[in-house]
Ligand binder design. Structure first.
Ligand code: ZN
Length: 176
């Protein structure tokens, strides 16, 4: 998996999804989450002949860019698409289309809240379509092997933290 912003940084600057969380009501389901601005960074699989149609989302917070708050996997297609892909474990397709915490990647004590935020707020229809579009753009760009497709692209957590720190203006699409 490679971050979208390492392949198409200009598009990512405009289109990475941010949520600003101001103090949630104490009785809300999200009351455990610290007020902050959270970014859902999208990552895609770099195999050119793979048609997985999934995104891996890493959630980070503006005030603590070095920490991974949640790792979520999600698929934007219909459930039947993923059932066919995983005939040995068809029930996994349900989690894929709802969005689920990725058991192989880093989580934090807030991961469940950020998954809830993803399902309730972040994942609307325009965002679903945006992820699908990002996936296609990402694969095209890698296939083209253009400037950003060169080797030497730095995809590590430090590079991501630097990239985040470099965003001058965090776009707030949702204030809740
Ligand atoms: Zn893939």
């Amino acid at each position: 998996m490679i971050p979208f912003h390492s392949v198409l940084p200009e598009v990512a600057q405009r289109e990475v999804r941010y949520v600003r969380l101001v103090a949630p009501a104490p009785d809300s389901a999200l009351s455990g989450l610290p007020a902050d601005e959270y970014a859902y960074l999208d990552y895609y699989c770099e195999e050119l002949n793979c048609d997985c149609r999934r995104v891996f989302l890493q959630v980070i917070a503006k005030d603590q860019p070095g920490k991974v708050f949640a790792s979520i996997s999600y698929g934007w297609e219909k459930e039947s698409f993923y059932r066919k892909k995983m005939p040995w474990n068809p029930d996994d397709a349900v989690g894929t289309v709802l969005g689920e915490l990725d058991p192989l990647n880093e989580q934090s004590e807030f991961a469940a809240d950020l998954l809830e935020l993803f399902r309730r707020v972040v994942l609307d229809e325009p965002y679903r379509l945006r992820l699908r579009r990002h996936y296609l753009m990402f694969k095209e760009e890698l296939a083209r092997g253009g400037a950003s497709g060169k080797s030497g692209r730095d995809c590590g957590p430090q590079a991501t933290a630097t990239w985040i720190a470099g965003i001058r203006r965090w776009k707030m699409e949702d204030g809740i």
